[in-house]
Design a protein around this ligand. Structure first.
Ligand code: ZN
Ligand code: FE
Ligand code: FE
Ligand code: FE
Length: 164
């Protein structure tokens, strides 16, 4: 690994980390879609999976602009969150309780992404990589919306159903 000298180097590192995260998330989402019983929750995961494909492409585009390879880093944090979700999905739980738990796991993913994209966006602006910043800002909004959508589903109905 070459020495990281500047904020630009750190930005590149962060983009690779996010690229690894999105790749792993894309892999994990079909299992969460399968496991969800509530149709609104299923739909929320499905539509976020479609968005996630676009997010991966945006990172590829950002890396192209910076002339770097998006591969080469493994996001261990997302690997951990996903492995926790996989363990949880093996639990013997009522469907309503499973749904509430899937939201809990999903929001952990979104919060990690919000932190990652927020930081990378800030770096991109700082180093004057406006095109990269625009790409990151678009994804950051989607991650925030996805988190809010999950939050609304939990508060409006799914947590209540899990109490019964
Ligand atoms: Zn790292
Ligand atoms: Fe994402
Ligand atoms: Fe990471
Ligand atoms: Fe996301």
């Amino acid at each position: 690994m070459s020495k990281m000298k500047t904020l630009q180097d750190l930005l590149e590192h962060q983009l690779k980390d996010l690229y690894s995260a999105e790749t792993q998330i894309l892999d994990a989402l079909p299992k969460m879609i399968d496991k969800a019983s509530n149709s609104s929750l299923k739909k929320a995961f499905e539509s976020h999976m479609e968005e996630t494909k676009g997010q991966k492409q945006r990172l590829e585009q950002a890396c192209k602009v910076l002339d770097i390879d998006p591969d080469g880093e493994k996001c261990k944090a997302i690997a951990g969150i996903i492995s926790e979700a996989a363990d949880f999905m093996k639990e013997n739980a009522e469907p309503e309780v499973m749904d509430a738990g899937l939201i809990a796991q999903g929001q952990r993913v979104e919060h990690y992404e919000i932190a990652g994209y927020g930081t990378a966006l800030h770096y991109a602006k700082k180093v004057g990589a406006q095109e990269v910043a625009d790409l990151l800002a678009e994804t950051l909004e989607q991650e925030k919306d996805a988190d809010e959508k999950l939050n609304d589903l939990a508060i409006e109905k799914i947590n209540d159903k899990a109490m019964a």
